[in-house]
Every structure is written in structure tokens, then in C-alpha cells.
Design a binder for this molecule. Sequence first.
Ligand SMILES: Cc1cc2nc3c(=O)[nH]c(=O)nc-3n(C[C@H](O)[C@H](O)[C@H](O)COP(=O)(O)OP(=O)(O)OC[C@H]3O[C@@H](n4cnc5c(N)ncnc54)[C@H](O)[C@@H]3O)c2cc1C
Length: 499
Amino acid sequence: MFNKLIPCMRYSKLLFERHLHQIPLSKDRYGIIRKPFAKTMDSDIQLFKSILPDKNQILLDPQDTVGYNRDYFRYVRGLGTVVLKPRTTKEVSHILRHCNNRRLAISIFGGNTGVCGGSIPVFDEIILSMELMNKIEVIDEYSGILVCQSGCVLEKLEEKLLSKRMIMPLDLGSKGSCQIGGNLATNAGGIRLVRYGNLHGTVLGLEAVLANGTTIDLMSNFQKDNTGYHLKHMFIGSEGTLGVITRVAIACPTETTTQNVLFLGLRSYEAVLQTFLESKKRLGEILTSCELIDRVSLEVTVNHLKTASPIKDFPFYMLLETTGIQKEHDDEKVQSFLDYVIERGIVSDGVHACEPSKIDHLWKLREMIPAAVYSNRFCLTYDLSLPLKEFYDIVTVMRRRVGHLTKIVCGFGHIGDSNIHLTIAGDELTGEIQLLIDPFVYEFTRKLKGSVSAEHGIGLLKPKYLNYSKSTEAITLMKQIKMMMDPNGILNPYKVLQI
Ligand SMILES: Cc1cc2nc3c(=O)[nH]c(=O)nc-3n(C[C@H](O)[C@H](O)[C@H](O)COP(=O)(O)OP(=O)(O)OC[C@H]3O[C@@H](n4cnc5c(N)ncnc54)[C@H](O)[C@@H]3O)c2cc1C
């Protein structure tokens, strides 16, 4: 009944080879007018040199700064000429104090894997790169707490934790580059959220520097700390508009030693929902990931990777992962789940992998979808939270609206978290296509009381759609908070809020 897994495949590097001059400047693409911030002068550079002791902490040569002016997907482009790389909170604090006094705008740059253009300057904002703030301070096996600077790369943290038999509570396809500070700033979700919850739960404390240079210590090493307002939450998901996150304390689970991955074929969306429900009931606490891939997403990806699908011809596929610490226990649960869904015809075909190379292969089919769809000349992705019953309707509707005008209309994502990535791609993004998509997708989402940004954030690309998921009163309060915490608006201007 279950197919054998195809052995290893070759998988190409990411493909975003678009040349710099082909990326329009963000200010032109979005018609943004520069706010009356000061311009950097020689005296500012001298001051920065006095704060940052090493030569490699300041980049001024255009050849060195170019990579800090374009995003991962080569979609936005800025005009920043100064990159500062602090190593300590104190250095961040001095830089911010000076910039605030001088009204110099700042763009905060983490791992630059964000998909909303949040980390890239629009004009000549000073780029504050967090990459040298990469110290791990504490890994405490007893409490399960990791304390580190915010520029640590997620994958490096995972590696270090594994040596102490612990893991990070979050895992993203971008883990090789994204930083924990960027993860907090975007409240990243990822593929383990079903199991460990989001960062509002796992982050125990953080340290941030406010726009005026004040360091605010919200570090806590305890699961329980109900002393007044939980200010840390203000910074989680604030996308660098309220402060620079400099340190983090995060609760980390113990290492899991068993892993099962199921790649399942389903004949209908009802079967998808049924499988999800049964996976929660029958796999219980060992269920770690629950992903949906539709037929088009898989086809595009296997073509891109020049591989073959492990199972063929289903409108829907699901990738389920379980992790645990006792093989017999997990295997028994997985088998009983499979028996149940297969016997009842809910799942029609699938593969089951326990070995790392095979697991890796299956995950590539999910994780390489973005790279595969972005290899088209245009690609629009929408990161939506939608009620599970109507989760896939947006793909069906969009296929009807623009399927005949585009090459790809597909849907995939973290169905376990009600988060779909609707993707529309093709050769030429005509005005006709654009009109059929925007703002229809957001209106559709609003009608279902969904979120126009499930996990990627608002950044530069979506401030005008914020009101589709937030009330006027909520946005007004957000603006008031921003005004209070950053009255000169120097932190990540033009992002998140339209002010
Ligand atoms: C292949 C791929 C897969 C992905 N998968 C997922 C996924 O499963 N789930 C998910 O949620 N996202 C995913 N993403 C999006 C992205 O990886 C996340 O948003 C990630 O958290 C961004 O981290 P970063 O360090 O790259 O931040 P950046 O892109 O550098 O910055 C993102 C925002 O955070 C701000 N920022 C960065 N560091 C700080 C700091 N220290 N203090 C204050 N503000 C800061 C920036 O100014 C910007 O506004 C994926 C991206 C790619 C390319």
C-alpha cells in the first residue's frame, strides 16, 4: 500500500540570481517620499568610529554595503551607504542615542531572510547589522534555558543546544541564515509551532535598546514572572519599529531522539481535514509538524529539483512529522494512526520515512517550494491565516480568477497552524492580473476574519493592508505606542505603520 521512497536526490542551490540593477528601488516601486531625517555627515562617521573599535564594524565601501541593500528574494532595494555592526548592547545604545539626537534614521538588519522587505533601508537609513552580536551566554540543561545575543543564527543555536541534548522550540526553512533577534522581531512561526507553540510562549525574557538609547532589561530566566505588564511581548513581532532586540532568554525543549515523517496522498480537502484531526487525536504529543502541499506546489517543486514525487497524482499531500524519545512508543502510535486513516480510505497512499536521508528528502519537497515558485519571472505570495474549513477555498477561487492568465496558482503551508501560503507566479505580471488579485485576496481574508500576515509580518510591503486584520482603534493605539517609544520615528521608518 505504501510506496517505497525514491533514494536521494540532488537539489540545486537557491536561485535568486537577479542582478541588482534589475531590482527597482523600493522608493520608486512603492512611491515613498523620504521623511525629513538628517543626512549622514563625516562627523557622524567619526563618532561611529569612536563607538565601534574595530575597522570591520563599519562598512562604507559600496561594494561592501550592496548586500545590505537588497532582500533575500531580490524584491526590494535600498540606498543605504553606512553599515554599522555593533558587538555589544552598549555599542547599540551609543549608536541609537546619537542617531536619535541627530534624527538619523536606522534600518535594522538581522539574517535578511524576511519576506516583507523589513530589513532593507528604503532611502539612506543607517543599516544596523546584528551579525556580530552572536555570543551564546548560557545553556542551562536543568532549567532548559538558553540565553544569547540576538544576532545568533538559528541553526548555530540548534547545533550548540544539541551538544547539551536540547533543541530550539522553533525551526524554519531559513534557519541557516535567520537570526534569533529577527525571529523575535517577526514572531516567526515555522514547522514546529504545532508542538511547541509560538515565541510569545517560549521567550522568557529579552533585552532591547529603545530609540533614544535606553537599554530596557526584560530578561527573565523563569517560566513564571507575573510582575506587572509583560513588556517583552511588545517587542515580539514589532519588526524593529519599537526597539533593537539585543539579548534573548528562551525556553528550549529537551532533544528528541526518534523521528518519523509521513508523506501522504489525499483525494480531497475533506480528507486533509480528517487526517489532521486524526493526527492530533492519535499521534497526540509526538506530532511536531503538519504541512499541506497541493498538487501544483509539488509538481513545480519536483520539476525544479529535477526529481520525482514519492507518490503520484493526488490533489493534496500532507507531510506529518513526529518526534519523541522512545522508538517503540512512537512507532506504535504512527502505525496505529496509519492503520486508522488507511483502513477508512482517508489517506490513499504515502511513504513513511525514519532514516535521516529519507526524511531530509521528504522535507526538501516541502521546504523547496518557495525557491521553486520564485524561479518564475514574477511570483506573488500571500501568507494568510484562514479558518480551516475554508482554508483552501482561496486557492480554488484564485485559480478561477487568474489561472488562465498565469502559470502557477498554488497553496501550501502550515495547515496545523491554519496558515496557508497562496502563491501566484508566471512570466509577466500584467495590470489585469494585479487587479484581479489585489485587494481581492485581502478582502476574502477579512470576510473570514483571517489574518493578512500569518507569520511573515507587515514590513515594507503590507502596511496598507494592516487594516484588513486590525481595527482602526487597534491601529491608532499601535501608532500611539510607536510615537511614545520612538517619537522621532527613527527605527525602521516606512515599515509596518503608515505614519
Ligand atoms: C526559505 C525561507 C523559509 C522561511 N520559512 C519561514 C517559516 O516557516 N516561518 C516564518 O515565520 N518565517 C519564515 N521565513 C521568513 C523569515 O525567515 C523569518 O521572518 C525570520 O524570522 C526573519 O529573521 P531574520 O533574522 O532573517 O530577520 P530579517 O529579515 O533580517 O529582519 C526581519 C525584520 O526584523 C527586524 N529585525 C531583525 N533583527 C532585529 C533585532 N535584533 N531587533 C529588532 N528588529 C530586528 C528587521 O528590521 C525586519 O523588520 C522564511 C524565509 C525563507 C527565505
